[in-house]
Design a protein around this ligand. Structure first.
Ligand SMILES: *[C@@H]1O[C@H](CO)[C@@H](O)[C@H](O)[C@H]1NC(C)=O
Ligand SMILES: *[C@@H]1O[C@H](CO)[C@@H](O)[C@H](O)[C@H]1NC(C)=O
Ligand SMILES: *[C@@H]1O[C@H](CO)[C@@H](O)[C@H](O)[C@H]1NC(C)=O
Ligand SMILES: *[C@@H]1O[C@H](CO)[C@@H](O)[C@H](O)[C@H]1NC(C)=O
Length: 268
Protein backbone atom coordinates (compact mmCIF):
# COMPACT_ATOMS: atom_id res chain seq x y z
CA UNK A 1 0.00 0.00 0.00
CA UNK A 2 2.68 2.37 1.11
CA UNK A 3 4.77 1.56 -1.91
CA UNK A 4 1.87 1.92 -4.17
CA UNK A 5 0.86 5.10 -2.57
CA UNK A 6 4.38 6.42 -2.89
CA UNK A 7 4.59 5.37 -6.44
CA UNK A 8 1.31 6.79 -7.33
CA UNK A 9 2.10 10.01 -5.54
CA UNK A 10 5.36 10.22 -7.47
CA UNK A 11 3.41 9.57 -10.64
CA UNK A 12 0.91 12.16 -9.69
CA UNK A 13 3.60 14.77 -9.26
CA UNK A 14 5.69 13.64 -12.18
CA UNK A 15 3.21 13.56 -15.03
CA UNK A 16 2.72 17.33 -15.34
CA UNK A 17 6.42 17.85 -16.11
CA UNK A 18 6.73 14.74 -18.14
CA UNK A 19 3.69 15.32 -20.22
CA UNK A 20 4.58 18.97 -20.78
CA UNK A 21 7.86 17.84 -22.30
CA UNK A 22 6.58 15.16 -24.60
CA UNK A 23 3.03 16.06 -25.40
CA UNK A 24 3.73 18.02 -28.60
CA UNK A 25 5.75 15.20 -30.16
CA UNK A 26 3.58 12.45 -28.76
CA UNK A 27 0.49 14.34 -29.89
CA UNK A 28 1.71 14.66 -33.47
CA UNK A 29 2.83 11.06 -33.63
CA UNK A 30 -0.46 9.77 -32.37
CA UNK A 31 -2.26 12.03 -34.82
CA UNK A 32 -0.21 10.64 -37.69
CA UNK A 33 -0.83 7.09 -36.64
CA UNK A 34 -4.46 7.82 -36.22
CA UNK A 35 -4.74 9.13 -39.75
CA UNK A 36 -2.48 6.62 -41.43
CA UNK A 37 -2.78 3.29 -39.83
CA UNK A 38 -1.01 0.35 -41.37
CA UNK A 39 -4.32 -0.71 -42.85
CA UNK A 40 -4.79 2.59 -44.70
CA UNK A 41 -1.21 2.56 -45.88
CA UNK A 42 -1.69 -0.89 -47.33
CA UNK A 43 -4.86 0.22 -49.05
CA UNK A 44 -3.08 3.21 -50.62
CA UNK A 45 -0.24 1.09 -51.92
CA UNK A 46 -2.63 -1.49 -53.30
CA UNK A 47 -4.59 1.19 -55.15
CA UNK A 48 -1.40 2.63 -56.56
CA UNK A 49 -0.25 -0.80 -57.68
CA UNK A 50 -3.64 -1.45 -59.24
CA UNK A 51 -3.43 1.76 -61.26
CA UNK A 52 0.13 1.05 -62.33
CA UNK A 53 -0.78 -2.43 -63.52
CA UNK A 54 -3.88 -1.13 -65.22
CA UNK A 55 -1.95 1.54 -67.02
CA UNK A 56 0.68 -1.01 -68.04
CA UNK A 57 -1.98 -3.38 -69.42
CA UNK A 58 -3.58 -0.49 -71.24
CA UNK A 59 -0.32 0.40 -72.92
CA UNK A 60 0.78 -3.17 -73.69
CA UNK A 61 -2.55 -4.13 -75.19
CA UNK A 62 -2.74 -0.94 -77.17
CA UNK A 63 -6.13 -0.09 -75.73
CA UNK A 64 -8.33 -0.28 -72.68
CA UNK A 65 -8.69 -3.70 -71.03
CA UNK A 66 -11.72 -5.82 -71.88
CA UNK A 67 -13.38 -5.14 -68.54
CA UNK A 68 -13.50 -1.40 -69.18
CA UNK A 69 -14.95 -1.98 -72.63
CA UNK A 70 -17.59 -4.19 -71.11
CA UNK A 71 -18.46 -1.61 -68.49
CA UNK A 72 -18.80 0.94 -71.23
CA UNK A 73 -21.02 -1.35 -73.28
CA UNK A 74 -23.11 -1.85 -70.19
CA UNK A 75 -23.45 1.89 -69.65
CA UNK A 76 -24.43 2.48 -73.26
CA UNK A 77 -22.74 4.08 -76.21
CA UNK A 78 -22.73 7.62 -74.87
CA UNK A 79 -19.34 9.08 -75.48
CA UNK A 80 -17.72 12.43 -75.09
CA UNK A 81 -18.61 13.15 -78.71
CA UNK A 82 -22.33 12.54 -78.09
CA UNK A 83 -22.31 15.08 -75.31
CA UNK A 84 -20.05 17.67 -76.85
CA UNK A 85 -20.31 17.14 -80.60
CA UNK A 86 -17.39 16.26 -82.84
CA UNK A 87 -14.06 17.88 -81.96
CA UNK A 88 -13.59 21.30 -83.54
CA UNK A 89 -11.37 21.29 -86.63
CA UNK A 90 -7.85 22.34 -85.79
CA UNK A 91 -7.76 26.03 -86.60
CA UNK A 92 -4.82 28.34 -86.41
CA UNK A 93 -4.96 30.66 -83.43
CA UNK A 94 -4.67 33.64 -85.78
CA UNK A 95 -6.56 34.81 -88.87
CA UNK A 96 -5.40 33.40 -92.19
CA UNK A 97 -5.13 36.72 -94.05
CA UNK A 98 -3.18 39.45 -92.32
CA UNK A 99 -1.78 42.73 -93.56
CA UNK A 100 0.79 44.71 -91.67
CA UNK A 101 1.00 48.11 -93.32
CA UNK A 102 4.28 49.34 -91.93
CA UNK A 103 4.39 52.94 -90.79
CA UNK A 104 7.80 54.44 -91.42
CA UNK A 105 10.20 54.86 -88.51
CA UNK A 106 8.06 52.90 -86.08
CA UNK A 107 10.35 49.92 -85.72
CA UNK A 108 8.80 48.08 -88.64
CA UNK A 109 12.08 46.71 -89.92
CA UNK A 110 12.65 45.00 -86.59
CA UNK A 111 9.09 43.69 -86.64
CA UNK A 112 9.58 42.23 -90.12
CA UNK A 113 12.75 40.45 -88.95
CA UNK A 114 10.75 39.01 -86.08
CA UNK A 115 7.91 38.00 -88.41
CA UNK A 116 10.38 36.19 -90.63
CA UNK A 117 11.41 33.98 -87.71
CA UNK A 118 7.77 33.45 -86.72
CA UNK A 119 6.71 32.57 -90.26
CA UNK A 120 9.18 29.68 -90.26
CA UNK A 121 8.16 28.50 -86.85
CA UNK A 122 4.40 28.74 -87.44
CA UNK A 123 4.35 27.94 -91.15
CA UNK A 124 2.64 30.98 -92.63
CA UNK A 125 3.60 32.80 -95.81
CA UNK A 126 5.34 36.05 -95.17
CA UNK A 127 5.39 38.35 -98.19
CA UNK A 128 7.35 41.53 -97.56
CA UNK A 129 7.13 44.04 -100.39
CA UNK A 130 10.30 45.89 -101.26
CA UNK A 131 8.42 49.00 -102.38
CA UNK A 132 9.11 51.53 -99.66
CA UNK A 133 8.24 54.83 -101.25
CA UNK A 134 4.72 54.41 -102.58
CA UNK A 135 2.02 54.54 -99.94
CA UNK A 136 -0.85 56.01 -102.01
CA UNK A 137 -2.15 54.28 -105.11
CA UNK A 138 -4.52 55.01 -107.95
CA UNK A 139 -7.73 53.03 -107.97
CA UNK A 140 -6.31 50.76 -110.65
CA UNK A 141 -3.12 50.13 -108.66
CA UNK A 142 -5.17 49.43 -105.57
CA UNK A 143 -7.20 46.73 -107.29
CA UNK A 144 -4.04 45.25 -108.80
CA UNK A 145 -2.32 45.09 -105.46
CA UNK A 146 -5.35 43.72 -103.63
CA UNK A 147 -5.73 40.96 -106.23
CA UNK A 148 -2.07 40.10 -105.82
CA UNK A 149 -2.40 39.98 -102.06
CA UNK A 150 -5.54 37.83 -102.19
CA UNK A 151 -3.71 35.32 -104.40
CA UNK A 152 -1.06 34.57 -101.78
CA UNK A 153 -1.60 31.04 -100.40
CA UNK A 154 -3.19 31.22 -96.95
CA UNK A 155 -2.30 31.61 -94.18
CA UNK A 156 -0.31 34.67 -95.17
CA UNK A 157 0.99 37.90 -93.76
CA UNK A 158 1.61 40.63 -96.29
CA UNK A 159 3.58 43.69 -95.33
CA UNK A 160 4.31 46.94 -97.12
CA UNK A 161 4.52 50.67 -96.50
CA UNK A 162 1.07 51.43 -97.85
CA UNK A 163 -2.01 53.31 -96.68
CA UNK A 164 -5.02 51.24 -95.63
CA UNK A 165 -6.73 49.34 -98.46
CA UNK A 166 -10.47 48.68 -98.49
CA UNK A 167 -10.81 45.18 -99.96
CA UNK A 168 -14.54 44.82 -99.33
CA UNK A 169 -15.19 47.91 -101.41
CA UNK A 170 -14.04 45.86 -104.41
CA UNK A 171 -15.83 42.70 -103.38
CA UNK A 172 -12.81 40.96 -101.86
CA UNK A 173 -12.30 39.44 -98.41
CA UNK A 174 -11.06 42.12 -96.04
CA UNK A 175 -7.89 40.81 -94.37
CA UNK A 176 -7.14 41.58 -90.75
CA UNK A 177 -4.91 44.58 -90.33
CA UNK A 178 -2.19 44.90 -87.74
CA UNK A 179 0.06 47.86 -87.13
CA UNK A 180 2.55 49.31 -84.73
CA UNK A 181 3.07 53.01 -84.23
CA UNK A 182 5.33 55.04 -82.05
CA UNK A 183 5.07 58.09 -79.88
CA UNK A 184 5.06 61.00 -82.39
CA UNK A 185 7.96 62.81 -80.74
CA UNK A 186 10.13 59.69 -80.80
CA UNK A 187 9.12 59.07 -84.37
CA UNK A 188 10.16 62.60 -85.28
CA UNK A 189 13.55 62.15 -83.59
CA UNK A 190 14.10 58.82 -85.29
CA UNK A 191 13.23 60.28 -88.67
CA UNK A 192 15.44 63.33 -88.14
CA UNK A 193 18.54 61.20 -87.61
CA UNK A 194 17.55 58.52 -90.13
CA UNK A 195 17.34 61.10 -92.90
CA UNK A 196 20.88 62.23 -92.07
CA UNK A 197 22.77 59.14 -91.09
CA UNK A 198 20.63 56.09 -91.95
CA UNK A 199 20.07 53.67 -89.14
CA UNK A 200 23.48 51.97 -89.17
CA UNK A 201 22.01 48.83 -90.65
CA UNK A 202 23.39 49.53 -94.08
CA UNK A 203 25.92 52.17 -95.06
CA UNK A 204 23.93 52.94 -98.20
CA UNK A 205 20.80 54.00 -96.34
CA UNK A 206 21.44 57.71 -96.07
CA UNK A 207 23.20 57.83 -99.42
CA UNK A 208 19.97 56.74 -101.11
CA UNK A 209 17.63 58.85 -99.06
CA UNK A 210 19.38 62.21 -98.96
CA UNK A 211 22.34 62.14 -101.31
CA UNK A 212 22.01 65.84 -102.09
CA UNK A 213 21.92 67.01 -98.48
CA UNK A 214 24.56 69.57 -97.67
CA UNK A 215 26.86 68.90 -94.71
CA UNK A 216 25.57 72.08 -93.11
CA UNK A 217 22.08 70.56 -92.96
CA UNK A 218 23.22 67.01 -92.26
CA UNK A 219 25.15 68.02 -89.16
CA UNK A 220 22.57 70.55 -87.96
CA UNK A 221 22.03 70.24 -84.19
CA UNK A 222 18.44 69.19 -83.59
CA UNK A 223 18.14 71.75 -80.76
CA UNK A 224 19.07 74.54 -83.16
CA UNK A 225 16.62 73.15 -85.72
CA UNK A 226 13.78 73.32 -83.19
CA UNK A 227 14.67 76.54 -81.38
CA UNK A 228 15.28 78.47 -84.59
CA UNK A 229 12.18 77.16 -86.32
CA UNK A 230 13.74 75.49 -89.30
CA UNK A 231 10.95 74.29 -91.62
CA UNK A 232 11.83 70.63 -90.97
CA UNK A 233 11.31 71.13 -87.24
CA UNK A 234 8.53 73.68 -87.17
CA UNK A 235 6.36 71.36 -89.24
CA UNK A 236 7.18 67.91 -87.87
CA UNK A 237 4.55 66.19 -90.06
CA UNK A 238 2.83 64.54 -87.14
CA UNK A 239 -0.10 63.82 -89.45
CA UNK A 240 2.05 61.41 -91.42
CA UNK A 241 0.71 58.37 -89.52
CA UNK A 242 -3.01 59.03 -90.02
CA UNK A 243 -3.48 57.96 -93.68
CA UNK A 244 -2.05 54.53 -92.86
CA UNK A 245 -5.22 54.03 -90.85
CA UNK A 246 -7.63 56.27 -92.78
CA UNK A 247 -7.03 54.88 -96.25
CA UNK A 248 -6.58 55.82 -99.89
CA UNK A 249 -9.33 58.46 -100.09
CA UNK A 250 -7.80 61.86 -101.03
CA UNK A 251 -9.39 63.38 -97.94
CA UNK A 252 -7.31 60.98 -95.83
CA UNK A 253 -4.28 63.04 -96.72
CA UNK A 254 -5.76 66.36 -95.60
CA UNK A 255 -4.83 66.95 -91.98
CA UNK A 256 -8.08 67.34 -90.12
CA UNK A 257 -10.79 65.77 -88.08
CA UNK A 258 -12.38 63.82 -90.89
CA UNK A 259 -9.23 61.83 -91.66
CA UNK A 260 -8.43 61.33 -87.99
CA UNK A 261 -11.97 60.17 -87.25
CA UNK A 262 -11.98 57.82 -90.21
CA UNK A 263 -8.65 56.38 -89.09
CA UNK A 264 -9.98 55.82 -85.59
CA UNK A 265 -13.13 54.09 -86.89
CA UNK A 266 -11.04 51.60 -88.83
CA UNK A 267 -9.10 50.74 -85.70
CA UNK A 268 -12.23 49.61 -83.93
C1 LIG B 1 -23.45 0.58 -79.35
O1 LIG B 1 -22.60 0.59 -80.50
C2 LIG B 1 -22.50 -0.69 -81.13
C3 LIG B 1 -21.47 -0.57 -82.26
O2 LIG B 1 -21.27 0.76 -82.66
C4 LIG B 1 -23.87 -1.15 -81.63
O3 LIG B 1 -23.76 -2.41 -82.25
C5 LIG B 1 -24.82 -1.19 -80.46
O4 LIG B 1 -26.12 -1.50 -80.91
C6 LIG B 1 -24.86 0.14 -79.72
N1 LIG B 1 -25.68 0.03 -78.51
C7 LIG B 1 -26.56 0.95 -78.14
C8 LIG B 1 -27.30 0.70 -76.89
O5 LIG B 1 -26.75 1.98 -78.79
C1 LIG C 1 10.62 54.83 -105.53
O1 LIG C 1 11.94 54.31 -105.57
C2 LIG C 1 12.33 53.80 -106.84
C3 LIG C 1 13.73 53.25 -106.70
O2 LIG C 1 13.86 52.53 -105.54
C4 LIG C 1 12.27 54.90 -107.87
O3 LIG C 1 12.59 54.36 -109.17
C5 LIG C 1 10.86 55.50 -107.92
O4 LIG C 1 10.82 56.59 -108.80
C6 LIG C 1 10.46 55.96 -106.53
N1 LIG C 1 9.06 56.37 -106.57
C7 LIG C 1 8.63 57.45 -105.94
C8 LIG C 1 7.15 57.74 -106.07
O5 LIG C 1 9.34 58.19 -105.30
C1 LIG D 1 1.07 41.80 -109.07
O1 LIG D 1 1.75 40.61 -109.40
C2 LIG D 1 2.32 40.62 -110.71
C3 LIG D 1 2.90 39.25 -110.96
O2 LIG D 1 3.57 38.77 -109.86
C4 LIG D 1 3.35 41.75 -110.80
O3 LIG D 1 3.88 41.80 -112.09
C5 LIG D 1 2.68 43.06 -110.46
O4 LIG D 1 3.65 44.10 -110.44
C6 LIG D 1 2.00 42.98 -109.12
N1 LIG D 1 1.27 44.21 -108.89
C7 LIG D 1 1.34 44.87 -107.76
C8 LIG D 1 0.52 46.12 -107.66
O5 LIG D 1 2.03 44.50 -106.82
C1 LIG E 1 -15.03 49.99 -97.45
O1 LIG E 1 -15.81 50.67 -98.37
C2 LIG E 1 -17.20 50.45 -98.21
C3 LIG E 1 -17.93 51.12 -99.37
O2 LIG E 1 -17.23 52.24 -99.82
C4 LIG E 1 -17.65 50.99 -96.85
O3 LIG E 1 -19.01 50.77 -96.65
C5 LIG E 1 -16.86 50.25 -95.76
O4 LIG E 1 -17.16 50.80 -94.49
C6 LIG E 1 -15.38 50.37 -96.03
N1 LIG E 1 -14.68 49.50 -95.12
C7 LIG E 1 -13.86 49.95 -94.19
C8 LIG E 1 -13.20 48.95 -93.32
O5 LIG E 1 -13.64 51.12 -94.05
Amino acid sequence: MMKNYNNSSRHKSAPPNHSRDTKPLGGWLSLLFLRFSLHDYGFCMATLLFFCMGSLCYQLNGGPPQILLEIRRYLGNSTFMDDHGPPLPRVLPFPSQVIYNRVGKCGSRTVVLLLRILSERHQFNLVASDVHNKTRLTKHEQVDLMKNISDIPQPFLYTRHVHFLNFSRFGMDQPVYINIIRDPINRFLSNYFFRRFGDWRGEQNHMIRTPGMKDEERYLDINVCILENYPECSNPRLFYIIPYFCGQHPKCREPGEWATGEGKTKCQ
